[in-house]
Design a protein around this ligand. Structure first.
Ligand code: AKG
Ligand code: FE2
Length: 304
């Protein structure tokens, strides 16, 4: 679908197809000596998977420092900087569920907690034809490795055309408010640190597929209750695996001349679903036909 329909004057009309496995050279982005994710017999790989699993059980999040090669980070940073004119802010006022305000709810209901989002996304459909981020995303070896770390499968790449593997960009003073994700798992790769701030804060498993726990969420939002909040100061090149549908999270204000840039390859358990139209519009600036066509029931009953 041409982007011009949505009023973007400079949008490229790139709709590159996926890279085939034979086109993806893993050592373009991973040091396979240190992280032999391709070698299923490797004890190093087993240890890495075991550590990630344990962190996900203990903290809802796992963190592998310096997972992506500096040369690959430099290539992604260069791509993100070239694409910076397309970074879009979309909706400013959001609640954690990305839904419209319902004034019939009590004022202390988390669905009535709105914050101003100033961060921006370079949507996935803007990635360049030779994008290294898309190679990482299209790599079956990566999908397999991520699934093993999550200890859950099968998982798939996401049909979502705008949010499947975007860059999130935060400039001086920008803030990414508290929210839950519409998808199951996000893999984050920090491409550029801001000079200060830009910490990832989250409350592991504050809701479950069967229980919204609005009271607990309200304590974090309205009372500033920090006892269960974990803070992850990511460094450039680090990999983070995160279950964002159950753990409310935000990125604190970023400061300094350098933008905080993070790549977000995103995986799902249902490969057919995309974001809900309101979520696509609020985060990625527009709802396409596919968002309306695939606005289907979720397996869980969570607000989304
Ligand atoms: O920038 C980050 O680290 C997190 C972004 C995020 O939570 C999201 O895109 O849903
Ligand atoms: Fe998120």
């Amino acid at each position: 679908m041409p982007n011009s329909e949505h009023g973007e004057a400079h949008s490229p009309t790139i709709h590159a197809s996926a890279f085939a496995a034979a086109e993806i050279q893993l050592d373009d982005f991973i040091d396979l000596e240190q992280f032999p994710i391709h070698d299923l017999t490797s004890s190093k790989r087993k240890e890495l998977v075991a550590a990630c699993r344990q962190d996900l059980v203990d903290y809802g999040c796992s963190h592998v420092p310096q997972f992506i090669k500096p040369s690959a980070i430099a290539a992604m940073s260069a791509e993100a900087h070239r694409l910076m004119p397309y970074a879009r802010q979309a909706d400013a006022r959001i609640n954690p569920y990305l839904i419209a305000e319902d004034t019939s709810l009590s004022e202390r209901d988390p669905r009535r907690f709105f914050e101003t989002r100033t961060s921006a996304f370079i949507n996935s459909d803007h990635l360049e034809p030779q994008s290294l981020l898309r190679k990482i995303y299209d790599s079956d070896v990566m999908v397999h490795f991520v699934a093993e770390c999550l200890n859950q499968g099968p998982i798939y790449r996401w049909a979502e055309p705008l949010g499947r593997n975007p860059y999130s960009v935060m400039h001086n003073g920008d803030y990414f408010p508290w929210h839950f994700d519409g998808n199951d798992f996000t893999v984050s790769i920090l491409v550029q640190e801001s000079d200060s701030g830009g910490d990832f804060e989250y409350v592991p498993d504050i809701r479950s597929p069967k229980d919204e726990r609005f009271d607990e969420v309200a304590k974090v939002l309205f009372d500033g209750e920090r006892s269960r909040i974990r803070v992850l100061p990511l460094k450039t090149g680090d990999l983070q695996l995160f279950k964002g549908r159950y753990s409310i999270h935000r990125v604190t204000k970023t400061y300094g001349k350098k933008a905080r840039i993070i790549a977000l390859p995103t995986y799902v358990t249902n490969p057919y679903l995309v974001n809900r139209p309101h979520h696509a519009k609020a985060f990625y600036g527009r709802a396409l036909d596919i968002h309306h066509q695939r606005d289907l029931a979720r397996l869980d009953q969570l607000t989304d």
